[in-house]
Design a protein around this ligand. Structure first.
Ligand code: 5AD
Ligand code: SF4
Length: 468
């Protein structure tokens, strides 16, 4: 048994990251005729981990099911970013417990992901949820098959708190055969004071450029049209392993593979270089879309958050991107109700939103995370006040989202068609290069293709259009 340890998780050394080229083969009859139910919560990184978990389960012979009642193993791939992510897990765990007690004593329940890296969560699972069979963390997904094969009747808890290695030769069961996630970097060293990620995912470490470019080439050969390069803080790509190769170089090399669309998330406004802006501007297949978290528009709060930029610096970068990258859409993340955020601080956030007129934004009420510096800060703002601020912010954000969408009316834009629309089976859906969701008529035979679409209606969260 290995338990998470937040002190270990916080440690950072200058040791070189170890690259492990896996060579694992499993007997795919071991769990033949058995089914897995996988639920993933949280960010793109988790979604992509979910694709690895699915491939690992299938390598043992499991096939997937959408119902817990049919499942032999349930895997809950969790998120720890805010308290409501915890609530969702515990709600769902109750259903799994019921199923195991009432209908299927042999049901294997496994918990993994970011919550599994938290000391208090694992303690709670050991004390109050004895029916959970396996807990593993973000650093040992590659051990999943062994954990299943070698599990004992007791709770099997194997979570490592460490800086982390990089594992290569990973298989994924990708959710789409049109667009794919490609990890370029793991972990985070930014230590924003509210954020749990540097503790749950280890140090910032970059994959080698040739491993990334080869993965993209392979995806292109398989017919994928779009890749999204993934990392918590992609601008820092390469800094840990190269002196003369950075995200601008990587974007160039990935664009040069000729894959039709290249995206990347998430950028930190810190170390977003001019060189990067130039590469985005100069390659047609690097999409004009940037997610650039602001978090707050008050310099006092940004400092308390340890964000390492001022609102003036953010605005300067924002304007530079908007000037150099034609029709670039920029989205953001904002937290309201951070400890010590006054009405004035909040108003400064609204002011920055009024200046930037973001294409859209994810907005959150600050949620204290145990073990982070902000959790120790005194927080005197009432929940009612925080909710009011969130409401006010969302009203403004939605206004600008609608405005941004209305600018597309009657224009013809390229859309990568991804599949049949869920709400209306006569329509297909896809995304513009600027990441706008479009529901399209007359294009059912165009799935997997980038086509010209005339925009006929604009709503706050999507566009309607027709293929031309
Ligand atoms: N409380 C609220 N929001 C948070 N985020 C990260 N940590 C917290 C927290 N403790 C938000 C940030 C980040 C996004 C992924 O989640 O805005 O950019
Ligand atoms: Fe969290 Fe900040 Fe790292 Fe983003 S950059 S993952 S908000 S610590």
């Amino acid at each position: 048994m290995n338990l998470p340890d937040i002190k270990e998780a916080r440690k950072r050394t200058t040791n070189q990251t170890e690259y492990v080229y896996l060579n694992q083969e499993y007997d795919n009859k071991l769990f033949a005729n058995q089914k897995y139910f996988l639920r993933t919560y949280g960010c793109q990184m988790n979604v992509h981990d979910g694709e690895e978990i699915a491939a690992r389960l299938e390598s043992l012979g499991f096939t997937s099911t959408d119902s817990i009642e049919d499942a032999d193993v349930v895997v809950l791939n969790t998120c720890a970013i805010r308290e409501n992510a915890h609530d969702k897990l515990y709600g769902f765990l109750g259903r799994c417990k019921h199923e195991k007690e009432k209908n299927n004593n042999d049901l294997i329940i496994a918990i993994c992901g970011c919550m599994a890296q938290e000391e208090n969560v694992v303690k709670d699972i050991m004390e109050k949820h004895p029916y959970v069979d396996i807990v593993f963390g973000t650093h040992n997904i590659h051990e999943l098959q062994d954990l299943l094969i070698n599990r004992t009747k007791k709770q099997n808890i194997d979570v490592y708190s460490c800086e982390g290695k990089i594992y290569e030769n990973i298989s994924y069961k990708r959710e789409s055969d049109i667009k794919a996630w490609v990890n370029i970097q793991y972990g985070c060293d930014k230590f924003c004071t509210y954020c749990i990620v540097p503790y749950t995912r280890g140090k910032q470490r970059s994959r080698k450029k040739e491993d990334i470019v080869n993965e993209v080439k392979d995806l292109k050969e398989k017919g994928y049209k779009e890749v999204t390069l993934l990392g918590q803080n992609v601008n820092a790509y390469g800094k840990d392993i190269y002196t003369d190769y950075n995200l601008a170089n990587l974007l160039t090399d990935v664009a040069e593979t000729g894959i039709e669309r290249v995206r990347f998330v998430t950028s930190h406004p810190w170390d977003f270089t001019d060189e990067m802006v130039d590469v985005i501007a100069s390659y047609d297949n690097v999409m004009p879309y940037i997610h650039l978290p602001l978090q707050s528009g008050s310099n006092k709060i940004l400092k308390l958050m340890n964000r390492r930029y001022t609102k003036e610096e953010y605005l300067e970068l924002y304007n530079k991107i908007k000037t150099k990258v034609k029709d670039c859409s920029i989205t953001t993340d904002i937290i309201v109700g951070f400890p010590n955020e006054t009405e004035e601080d909040f108003n400064e956030t609204l002011e920055v939103v009024n200046k930037c007129k973001f294409d859209s934004a994810f907005t959150f009420i600050y949620s204290p995370r145990e073990g982070t510096p902000a959790a120790k800060m005194e927080d005197s703002i009432s929940m009612k006040e925080k909710e009011d601020r969130l409401y006010k912010l969302n009203e403004l954000i939605n206004e600008y989202s609608k405005e941004a969408n209305e600018r597309y009316l009657n224009k013809v834009v390229p859309v990568l068609i991804e599949g049949i629309s869920e709400k209306d089976k006569d329509k297909v859906f896809g995304y513009t290069d600027t990441m706008k969701l479009v529901n399209v008529i007359n294009a059912k035979d165009k799935i997997g293709k980038i086509i010209d679409v005339k925009i006929t209606d604009a709503k706050s969260f999507s566009l309607d259009g027709e293929a031309i």
